[in-house]
Design a protein around this ligand. Structure first.
Ligand code: AMP
Length: 758
């Protein structure tokens, strides 16, 4: 084991020895330090917030009274006048005997805030704990970075003060046997020093050791989701979801840095609450977008992690001291998928069909391919998610039907109408809202929970970002539970402290009716988007034969009710909303290897056009045009002896390029010299079946093909300059869009912003 590995930090061990002379005395005297969800430990050197502890509390005769796992939620310094110094621990796990004792010590529960509804389960915040040095953590080469943090002091880094006489013992390692019981009453062992701040090299070291795909072997279908990803494979012509050895059928699309370890998937998910600034979720929204693009500007405001410009001028993220491209983040998630598939299938996997949202622009689709390559996967096809879901619904069923795929996921909403005729799947129209998904529902419930908190404690919530993350996590659990139950109780112990230093809990019961009232407007927006798609396809609701639900959020009963009211029939129940996209991707793998035949006709998700001098947008290929699609236009030289021309391509529906995504610049070179205007070029832009842009240019007079390449990346400022528009105009268009989104998102984002000072 290298020196660095030996330095890896484990969960901190904590042994608290109290002077109480028996369980009864402990139960009587210690109860004031306890709540149902945690306890307060007096100490002058509290552990940093977020530190996980394996704790044991023993009394004078060595009897163990409490034992479990906890996390430090808040701390109070020695010079804080609000109360004694120490740390508030939240129990993550208590053994049965400890739980029974805590319940006995606390007696009957305090009354609830909201009207009491018949017994409901309690949602205590539950953090998925990342075990120390998890097996599948990606090892980073940190040799160049030998930790400059000073070693923990040898002597008593930590003490405990419970108002009793105390003795402090030196720190011991967790492997060491517990210190022998002391005569003196209070002893605490902090077995390992607090974790150092995360550090990474500035070099992109991630995925560097991945073996490139050899393009052989089985193909897996991957639903690369905003919040979760799933994999499936074709077995004897039937698609099957791959389940990991520990029984998971999805992998959280989360990458996190914890104690110099890069965690991916399930192990990273627990860090979202503990370590929100170092946990990347939702990379899918940003991947392949220019750092300066309107969407990135908006998303940047809404996430806990830092969005920065990567080496290719695209949006990247800061993790520790490294800047990761979003492709790397997606690559890490894809690698996790690949490894899980290899474990389950027992053979190397190096090919995949990966799905993406129908609205993905060309550079975003390319980014998915590159992310696959980084993970050692040859991406055989980037397949649209609604098409994949439709395959799961209708492939090999010889159906002749018009189907609506309603996909409400964690961050986005997609509505797609398809015509199925045997194994011909034709997309008629697609639409939706890139900024409408489960997280918006969570935000509504966060607002509701914070209102309840303010009502009960008669003061507004003023907790920190960890507290807010806990509320957000509880809101999501509440939302999911209310899809199954009529009411649900939320309990978050020790959310913040009052002026006197007393911990304040949030405990309230929310009914489904209350949730629906808070979220009805969001569901209505999805219904309006569905109606737009029907209009685009020139179809009436009655022409739709089946509705296929996709995405976790579509499980909300109100969604089903509103769809039923519009279509006068309930959505189809045969397709699993979480698995449909991965299953469809697996079905498509059969076509790649020619074991099944399938015709897919997709449509252009966003209008493709050219930027005009002054910032206008000249539309070339309209949204919802069937793919492949081609359009030609002519341009001519503006100056004498000009041998090169440049055309800027954008995607979007705004009349001005300021509101649209920049796709790339076509450079036409090697033109014959001549007076201004004498050289004319016919440029043909095509979108192939997978929506990849191709360009071709011919000199008009001679019909000779001239060189045309599409690549150059420009910053917002450079684009503004090239198009002769002021940066202020572009900024104004983007601000207007941001304000519109903020208005829609409710008060929660405002609160987040003020907390994160962004
Ligand atoms: P997806 O991107 O498809 O994985 O969807 C994730 C979103 O679905 C998240 O916002 C989840 O909170 C939400 N979700 C998952 N299960 C449920 C459920 N049973 N009821 C309501 N929302 C859910």
């Amino acid at each position: 084991m290298s020196e660095n590995r030996a330095k890896e930090r484990k969960r901190v061990g904590l042994l608290v020895k109290l002077a109480h002379k028996g369980v009864e005395e402990f139960a009587q005297k210690y109860a004031t330090n306890l709540s149902e969800g945690g306890m307060f430990i007096r100490t002058r050197e509290p552990k940093p917030r977020g530190t996980e502890l394996n704790f044991k509390v023993e009394i004078a005769d060595g009897q163990r009274v409490l034992q479990g796992i906890a996390v430090v939620r808040w701390t109070r310094a020695a010079n804080d006048l609000a109360g004694p110094p120490g740390m508030g621990l939240e129990f993550l796990q208590l053994d049965d005997a400890s739980r029974a004792l805590v319940d006995r010590m606390l007696g009957p529960r305090a009354p609830a805030v909201a009207p009491v509804v018949p017994v409901v389960p309690v949602v205590d915040i539950e953090v998925e704990v990342a075990p120390a040095a998890p097996d599948n953590a990606v090892d980073l080469d940190l040799s160049a970075l030998v930790d400059a943090t000073p070693a923990p002091p040898e002597e008593s880094p930590f003490d405990v003060d419970l108002g009793e006489p105390e003795t402090v013992l030196p720190e011991v390692r967790s492997e060491a046997p517990p210190a022998p019981p002391q005569e003196t009453p209070v002893v605490l062992e902090a077995t390992v020093a607090p974790p150092p701040p995360p550090r990474l090299s500035g070099e992109p070291v991630f995925l560097r050791d991945v073996k490139p795909s050899d393009g052989t072997g089985p193909i897996i279908g991957i639903d690369l989701g905003t919040t979760n990803s799933a994999c499936a494979v074709l077995v004897n012509g039937r698609p099957q979801i791959l389940r990991s050895r520990d029984g998971h059928n999805t992998i959280p699309s989360v990458v996190s840095l914890s104690r110099d370890k890069l965690l991916v998937g399930h192990r990273a998910k627990g860090q979202l609450v503990l370590n929100p600034t170092q946990s990347i979720i939702g990379a899918k929204r940003l991947v392949g977008r220019d750092f300066d693009s309107p969407t990135v500007r908006e998303v940047k405001e809404r996430v806990h992690f830092e969005v920065v410009e990567d080496a290719a001028r695209r949006a990247g993220v800061k993790l520790g001291e490294a800047v990761l491209s979003l492709e790397e983040v997606q690559g890490l998630v894809l690698k996790e998928c690949r490894e899980m598939a290899e474990q389950v299938l027992g053979v190397p996997v190096s090919r995949a069909v990966v799905t993406c949202p129908a609205y993905y622009s060309e550079p975003q689709r390319e980014a998915v391919r590159r992310a696959g390559a980084m993970a050692g996967l040859k991406v055989e096809r980037v397949l649209n998610e609604p098409t994949a879901a439709a395959l799961a619904f209708g492939m090999n069923r010889e159906l002749v039907k018009t189907v609506l795929v309603y996909d409400l996921g964690g961050g986005t909403f997609d509505a797609t109408l398809l015509k199925l005729e045997g194994n011909v799947f034709e997309v008629l129209a697609t639409g939706g809202d890139v900024f409408l998904g489960g997280v918006d529902f969570d935000n509504q419930l966060v607002d509701l929970l914070l209102e309840r908190f303010a009502q009960w404690h008669k003061r507004p919530f003023s907790g920190d970002r960890v507290a807010l993350s806990r509320v957000a996590e509880a809101a999501e659990k509440l939302k999911m539970s209310l899809s199954e139950m009529a009411s649900f109780e939320v309990h978050l112990p020790m959310l913040e402290l009052d002026a006197g230093g007393r911990p304040l809990d949030l405990r309230t019961t929310v009914t489904r009716a209350e949730e629906e009232a808070a979220c009805a407007e969001l569901v209505d927006r999805t219904i309006a988007a569905v109606q737009d798609v029907l209009l685009d396809a020139k179809l009436k609701a009655s022409a739709v034969d089946d509705i296929v639900l996709v995405g976790g959020m579509s499980r909300m009963p109100l969604v089903r009710e509103k769809l039923k009211a519009l279509f006068k029939k309930p959505p189809h129940a045969s397709v699993n909303a979480d698995e449909a996209v991965a299953l469809g991707a697996a079905l498509y793998t059969g076509t790649v290897d020619k074991v099944s035949s399938l015709v897919l006709i997709d449509v252009v998700p966003m209008t493709l056009g050219v930027g005009r001098p002054g910032g206008g947008f000249h539309r070339l290929i309209e949204r919802n045009t069937p793919l492949p699609a081609t359009k030609s236009f002519g341009i001519s030289t503006q100056q004498h002896e000009q041998t090169e021309l440049e055309v800027l391509i954008f995607q979007g529906e705004d009349a001005n390029v300021a509101g649209n995504e920049f796709v790339g610049a076509i450079t036409i070179s090697d033109l014959p010299k001549g007076p201004a205007g004498s050289v004319q070029v016919a440029v043909t832009v095509s979108l192939d079946a997978e929506c990849v842009v191709r360009v071709e240019a011919r000199e008009f007079r001679t019909r000779r093909e001239v060189k045309a390449t599409m690549a150059t990346r420009y910053t917002n400022e450079e684009l503004a300059q090239k198009l002769g528009i002021s940066q202020a105009k572009r900024d104004e268009a983007q601000r207007a869009r941001g304000a519109e989104l903020e208005k829609r998102a409710g008060g929660f984002w405002g609160k987040l912003k003020s907390l994160f000072r962004r």
